[in-house]
Design a protein around this ligand. Structure first.
Ligand SMILES: Nc1nc2c(c(=O)[nH]1)N[C@H]1C(S)=C(S)[C@@H](COP(=O)(O)O)O[C@H]1N2
Ligand SMILES: [Mo]
Length: 399
């Protein structure tokens, strides 16, 4: 700690604290109505982190509702691993959330089952629930030479505590028929988003979630019900969930074939689980180091395949790597913080991080990733993101 030349060291006898200085304007100075903010809390007026509106990608633009928004999480301003619900990224293909009355909403489970079931929200909430912390990440979240900031390249990932009923419990209740190997999850939104999910995954750890970070799922995240499919690409986590059809093959829905499935369009062309990934969030593109000296490199790591086992950080353009500190225990399929103390000598350099998960899979370089997929805008955009620090402290995208 002695080496950290940060902060002010007061001299002997100097007053460090006084009640007047600490309390500012005193009682009654609050800017907004106390009654409203007591009923539902508000953050300090000095805290300003916001989601950023994002441009639609590829063919999705043609579906945009003029009132709709998709938005990125301000990753550089996040603390810990939970994304506040109000800052969770939004990918709804440009459509506003449907305005669903929870008393009217029904979840229908049908198809290749012995006893089809229609459940109201109240009925679903009478079943035992579980709460689990998982990230959700859009497949379009990837390091790209075009992004000018951390948020532009990586702001389509967020992590919440999700509360709901394991899908396996509901499938047990309806009795899945022999030969049923997939299910089709359907949303109640204008574009009728639907996803095919393999039965083995549905029976393992998928949740039908109504809770997010201790309160009902937010409208933009799928109120009143969404699917959480841990470790699978964002598009599988169907929001405003209204139907689960049990079937014996993946369905090539409109969304699948127009935006998501690789050619040739066979069962094997569905991408699913996301590989190990990490990104340095401080210092990252869009930020500035104000002086040489002590900093703590901070970042986030995750893997759709399991638990983050190791994160290495390089501060010399990839020549040498050091193990970053990880919390214990790291959570399965959740954002994981990593940190590394660092003293910047004021010279230009490149910093980056590399994640290894508990299956032994290692985050690839941008070049290896591009070579493997044969295209730059691949699914599972989990390549290493290098940031360049110029000698005047500017942090830039080094791709
Ligand atoms: N019904 C419905 N579910 C949906 C979508 C959608 O447009 N409609 N978008 C999907 C995509 S592409 C992603 S990346 C995730 C985003 O979840 P979020 O908006 O809660 O971050 O939801 C998925 N579920
Ligand atoms: Mo997405």
């Amino acid at each position: 700690m002695a080496a950290m030349a940060i902060g002010v060291r007061p001299s002997d006898g100097q007053t460090l604290w006084s009640p007047d200085a600490a309390h500012g304007a005193g009682p009654g100075a609050a800017a907004s109505s106390t009654r409203d903010t007591m009923a539902y809390g508000e953050r300090s007026r000095f805290v300003t982190a916001k989601r950023a509106r994002m441009a639609m990608i590829g063919n999705m633009d043609m579906h945009r509702d003029p009132n709709g928004w998709d938005a990125r999480t301000p990753l550089d301003q996040m603390l810990g691993i939970i994304t506040p619900s109000a800052l969770h990224y939004v990918s709804s293909h440009g459509n506003p959330p449907p305005d669903i009355d929870p008393r009217e909403h029904r979840l229908i489970i049908y198809g290749m089952v012995d006893r089809p079931l229609v459940l109201s929200l109240d009925e679903l909430m009478r079943l035992p629930s579980v709460s689990r912390i998982h990230f959700i990440e859009c497949i379009y979240n990837s390091p790209s030479p075009r992004g000018k900031t951390l948020e532009q390249n990586h702001g389509m990932i967020s992590c919440s505590e999700w509360t709901g009923v394991p899908l396996s419990v509901l499938l047990d209740e309806v009795g899945v028929k022999r030969g049923a190997s997939w299910l089709l999850a359907e949303g109640a939104d204008a574009t009728k988003h639907a996803k095919s999910i393999p039965m083995a995954k549905a029976l393992s750890d998928v949740l039908v979630a109504y809770g997010q970070n201790g309160e009902p799922v937010r409208p933009h995240q799928g109120y009143p019900l969404r699917l959480v499919v841990p470790g699978f690409e964002g598009k599988f986590h169907v929001k405003w969930l209204k139907g689960i059809k049990v079937v014996n093959e993946p369905y090539l829905t409109y969304w699948e074939q127009s935006a998501f499935v690789r050619d040739p369009k066979t069962a094997g062309s569905y991408y699913m689980e996301q590989g190990p990934k990490s990104v340095v969030t401080f210092p990252s593109a869009g930020q500035r180091l104000t002086s040489r000296g002590f900093y703590t490199i901070n970042g986030l790591a995750w893997s759709g395949g399991g638990t983050v086992r190791r994160v290495e950080v390089s501060v010399d353009g990839g020549r040498t790597w050091k193990d970053a500190h990880l919390p214990e225990p790291a959570l399965r399929i959740a954002l994981t913080r990593f940190q590394l103390p660092w003293t910047w000598d004021g010279k230009e350099t490149v910093i980056q991080s590399r994640c290894t998960d508990d299956t032994g899979a290692v985050q690839p370089t941008f070049a290896d990733h591009a070579a493997f997929w044969g295209i730059s805008k691949a699914p599972h955009g989990n390549a290493i993101q290098p940031w360049k620090i110029t000698n005047d402290g500017q942090v830039l995208n080094a791709l």
